[in-house]
Design a binder for this molecule. Structure first.
Ligand SMILES: [Zn+2]
Length: 323
C-alpha cells in the first residue's frame, strides 16, 4: 500500500514535523458485510477492523503512538445496527480509542440515548445522504441533524461530527445559523466541523469563520482537506486549541489531492487524467500525506510552537474525548 514515493515524501516533508503522539479525530472503520458492493475499494482491506485500521494508521505515522476516534463508513441505513455494533467492538480494543454512532435523522431520541450508551460510544455521526432532501448536498443541517437529537447529545455530553454540505459550506447563511443556534442552545453538546469546516475551498472559511467566534463547544477536524489556508483560517480566526488532526481513513490511503478552484473544489484521484501533463509523469502520493503537508504549512505560516502543534495532533482531542 505504501510505495517508494510515499516513503520519500514522508522522509522529506513530514519526518521532522510530525509529533510523537497522534490522535486521529476523524476516521472510519468498516465491515464489508455492511457495505454496498459498489462502495468497496479494491486497494483497501475488506474489513477495516481494529487490526487493519491500526495498521493503516501506523503506516501513515511510522514510529508514532497512535489512537483514533472512529465511526463506520457510510452504509445503507438498514445496516446501521450491525455497523454501530462493529464500531463499538473495534473501539473496545484500545482504551485510547473513541467511537461515534452512525445515525439516521428519523431516529427516536430515547432509543438513540440507550443505544449509544449501551455500545459505549461518545456521540453521533450524522450525514447528509440520510436526509430526505434531493439532492442531499443541498440539505440544511436540521435535515440530517434534527434538533431533538442535538438535545439528547446535550443532555448526555456527547460529541457530534458534522460534515456540512451546501455549496459554500461555512460561508452559507443557513449553515452558520444552525451551527450557532445548536452550539448556544445546547452548550453541553460538542460539535466538530469535519474537514476543516469542509473548507476544501478555503475562501469559504475566510468568509464565514468570523461568524463562529466565541462558541466554546465548537471544534474542527482537519481530515482529508489538502488546502493549507483552510486550516490556517481556523487557527487564526478561531484558535489552534479548537483544531484537531484527522486522517479520514480510508480516504487518506487513496492517492491524489483535494484542490480549490473557482468558488468550489475538486478531487484529483490516481485515475484522474492529469498526472501525465507537462512532459513528465507525476506519481501521486497518498492523500493522507498531502493532507499532512498542508497542515504542516498551516502551522508554519501561523508560527505555531512545537507545543501548539502537539495540541493539534493530540492534546486538544485528548481533552475533548477525556483520554
Ligand atoms: Zn469521513
Amino acid at each position: 500500500m505504501i510505495k517508494p514515493e510515499d516513503h520519500d515524501f514522508f522522509e522529506k516533508e513530514l519526518e521532522s514535523f510530525l509529533p510523537d503522539q497522534i490522535f486521529d479525530a476523524h476516521a472510519h472503520v468498516w465491515s464489508h458485510q455492511n457495505m454496498l458492493k459498489n462502495r468497496t475499494i479494491k486497494t483497501l482491506p475488506r474489513n477495516g477492523n481494529f487490526e487493519e485500521f491500526s495498521k493503516m494508521l501506523q503506516a501513515l505515522h511510522p514510529q508514532r503512538t497512535c489512537a483514533a476516534n472512529v465511526f463506520h463508513r457510510i452504509c445503507p441505513a438498514e445496516y446501521f445496527d450491525s455497523a454501530n455494533k462493529w464500531t463499538s467492538q473495534q473501539v473496545k480494543c484500545d482504551p485510547n480509542y473513541r467511537g461515534l454512532f452512525l445515525m439516521s435523522p428519523d431516529t427516536d431520541p430515547e432509543w438513540l440515548r440507550k443505544e449509544v450508551n449501551r455500545l459505549g460510544l461518545s456521540g453521533l455521526k450524522c450525514y447528509h445522504v440520510y436526509s430526505k432532501v434531493n439532492p442531499t448536498w443541498e440539505a440544511e443541517i436540521p435535515d440530517y441533524l434534527p434538533e431533538r437529537l442535538v438535545q439528547v447529545a446535550h443532555q448526555e455530553g456527547w460529541v457530534i461530527m458534522l460534515h456540512m454540505v451546501r455549496p459554500r459550506a461555512c460561508a452559507d447563511k443557513g449553515n452558520l445559523y444552525w451551527i450557532r443556534r445548536y452550539c448556544e442552545k445546547y452548550p453541553n453538546m460538542k460539535l466538530i466541523l469535519a474537514h476543516s469546516a469542509r473548507g476544501f475551498q478555503p475562501a469559504h472559511n475566510l468568509e464565514g469563520l468570523s461568524h463562529l467566534r466565541g462558541l466554546s463547544n465548537l471544534y474542527f477536524d482537519t481530515s482529508a482537506n489538502c488546502e493549507p489556508i483552510a486550516h490556517q483560517a481556523i487557527i487564526r480566526i478561531i484558535g489552534h486549541q479548537k483544531l484537531m488532526y484527522g486522517t479520514d481513513i480510508p480516504v487518506s490511503h487513496l492517492r491524489g489531492k483535494s484542490v480549490s478552484v473557482g468558488d468550489t473544489f475538486l478531487w484529483l484521484y490516481e485515475n484522474s487524467p492529469v498526472w501525465g501533463e507537462k512532459h513528465q509523469s507525476i506519481k501521486p502520493v497518498l492523500i493522507g500525506l498531502e493532507h499532512l503537508r498542508s497542515l504542516k504549512w498551516a502551522c508554519w505560516s501561523e508560527k505555531l510552537s512545537d507545543k501548539q502543534v502537539e495540541d493539534i495532533f493530540w492534546n486538544n482531542a485528548a481533552e475533548l474525548f477525556g483520554i
